[in-house]
Design a protein around this ligand. Structure first.
Ligand SMILES: Cc1cc2nc3c(=O)[nH]c(=O)nc-3n(C[C@H](O)[C@H](O)[C@H](O)COP(=O)(O)OP(=O)(O)OC[C@H]3O[C@@H](n4cnc5c(N)ncnc54)[C@H](O)[C@@H]3O)c2cc1C
Length: 512
């Protein structure tokens, strides 16, 4: 007879991926418990109150979430989740020409080409060639992400006429993103902006071989729509939590898992940091994999020795991004752009500077002209700002984890604000009423990201087939009953939910 357990499944971590897994498990009738260390769910997909406003932890341009069936499957609209589409989906500028002209990146390819014909006529042909090659590859990646990656699954994709994209996925995944992008574009406003929202947001140099799929960003935005949840990014985890609870699951916040318990053969539950033990035959870790396997496993079966040894050998990586949230009295406009800041404006350093920024991380310094993602989300969604005020969001890359003298005393954040101010028509600095700075040490302290590193699965679906850490693509681990999801697993970072959904498919398909 099976032992009586407190619940059927425990999910460790209530980020959006953990909540997606939990909601599918609860919907399938499993007694499911989510344990989240923070006092609210959502992790880096969440929103917080600040100075009377709602601010997002992430930049909140959601591209991939609505490409999955998660919203429909889990009834998230019924729980209050609505999206605003953002048009243009992005605006690009480079520090080489800070006065512009900026170019707009619309969902419609024709509208984008039409705009480029005015702002960067020499790039129109390259963009057309790029789109022809890259859009099928972007579509293939989105389709591949919708199920756990297997050779059989990729073969099915090929049969579903998505084959057109697969040779590009194969060829580009072996090149560097910078190499790919330079074969289509010449102007920094095109090449560098693509790299800023590609490898740079993953904290790696665009010159690194194997990063080629990081060149697909523009194509992704023609295949999928950029949107923001009305009320802030946190509406996604809030709706997911409601879905878990609606289907009979339980979500506990302020519950920090200290150990994943095994009986020498398989998983049997978890222990919280206050000593409470909760039993379950299935545990899904939706938190950092290295912590999961190296720090939390207790009395693991002998079959997991090589898993634990392999992950012990993985160095914990350093965080590399920062964000400023401000409440402002008047929305700024950028001199070089004719578009409102409801759309994220990317101001990118050259690819050479990005490469230098990556090498400089070890010394703890930030390059003179970092990549900036600037938007005023309250222009589109006034519900997030206090009456008569606006919210300014600036993401800054690359910013090191270990900064000489520490981040609290650093003059860097003020310099980033001055850099944005130098691009504005109006007095941005004078309009700031309150601001807060999120640096890697804040993400480590407040969001439980080891060394402040927001992780991502490296590579695309083909890399997934030959990944040296198979649990990141199979969601199943060498410990019977222990599963893993989250941004470190396929298909990677972003408010996407595909990893959470794939993990639920594996759990439901392999456990009774
Ligand atoms: C500055 C920044 C900007 C970004 N901008 C965008 C963007 O514009 N668009 C986009 O799509 N993506 C963006 N992202 C990426 C995106 O936010 C993440 O990839 C995604 O939210 C990761 O979700 P997750 O559920 O996998 O992990 P997380 O959100 O990290 O969730 C993990 C959860 O586990 C919890 N946890 C950890 N340890 C324990 C424990 N011991 N016990 C219990 N709970 C625990 C954590 O508190 C956390 O809630 C951005 C990220 C950052 C940092």
């Amino acid at each position: 007879m099976a032992p009586v357990t407190d619940v059927d499944a425990i999910v460790v971590g209530g980020g959006h991926n953990g909540l997606v897994t939990a909601a599918y498990l609860a919907k399938a009738g499993r007694r499911t418990l989510v344990l989240e260390a923070r006092d609210q769910v959502g992790g880096t997909a969440g929103s917080e109150g600040f100075a009377g406003a709602t601010v997002n932890i992430c930049n909140c341009d959601h591209i991939t979430f609505r490409t999955t069936p998660v919203m429909q499957d889990l009834g998230l609209e019924q729980f209050g989740l609505r999206y605003d589409d953002i048009e243009p989906g992005g605006v690009g500028m480079s520090w080489t020409e800070p006065e512009g002209p900026a170019w707009a990146h619309w969902h419609s390819l024709d509208a984008t080409l039409g705009g480029l014909a005015r702002t960067h006529p020499g790039e129109v042909d390259g963009y057309r060639r790029f789109a022809k090659r890259a859009m099928p590859a972007a579509a293939a990646i989105l389709a591949a992400a919708a199920e756990p990656p297997t050779l059989a699954g990729l073969t099915r994709l090929a049969l579903r006429k998505l084959f057109a994209g697969i040779p590009t996925v194969w060829a580009w995944s072996r090149r560097s993103a910078a190499d790919v992008i330079r074969s289509y574009f010449r102007h920094d406003a095109l090449t560098a902006v693509a790299m800023a929202s590609g490898p740079m947001v993953w904290g790696i140099s665009p010159e690194l071989p194997g990063t080629g799929l990081g060149a697909l960003g523009y194509a992704m935005r023609h295949v999928a729509r950029v949107g923001r949840p009305v009320g802030g990014s946190g509406m996604v985890p809030a709706a997911l939590r409601a879905s878990v609870e609606h289907h009979g699951g339980t979500v506990r916040t302020g519950a920090r898992v200290a150990a994943i318990l095994c009986d020498g053969n398989r998983v049997i539950g978890v222990r919280l940091d206050d000593g409470t033990e909760i039993t379950a035959p299935v545990v899904v870790s939706a938190a950092d994999p290295r912590r999961t396997f190296v720090e939390w496993l207790s009395h693991a079966p002998a079959g997991a020795d090589s898993l634990i040894k392999r992950w012990s050998g993985h160095r914990a990586e350093d965080g590399y991004e920062s964000k400023i949230d401000a409440v402002i009295s008047a929305p700024p406009t950028l001199r070089g752009s004719e578009h409102p800041l409801s759309s994220t404006h990317t101001i990118a350093p050259t690819i050479a500077e990005m490469d230098a920024a990556h090498r400089q991380l070890g010394a703890g310094t930030v390059i003179d002209r970092p990549a900036l993602f600037v938007n005023v989300p309250s222009l589109l969604d006034p519900t997030i700002a206090p009456p008569g005020r606006h919210v300014l969001s600036i993401e800054i890359l690359l910013t090191p984890y270990a900064h000489p003298g520490g981040w609290a005393a650093s003059s860097e954040p003020r310099r980033w604000l001055e850099l944005v101010d130098s691009l504005c028509e109006n007095d941005l600095l004078g309009s700031i009423e309150e601001y807060r700075v999120m640096t890697p040490e804040v993400y480590e302290r407040d969001f439980n990201l080891p060394r402040g590193h927001a992780t991502s699965f490296a590579g695309g679906p083909l890399a997934a087939l030959r990944n040296p850490d198979p649990e990141l693509t199979r969601y199943q681990t060498a410990v019977p009953g222990l599963f893993i999801t989250g941004a470190a697993t396929f298909p990677g970072a972003g408010i996407w939910g595909a990893s959470g959904r794939n993990c639920a498919t594996v759990v439901l398909g392999t456990t009774g």
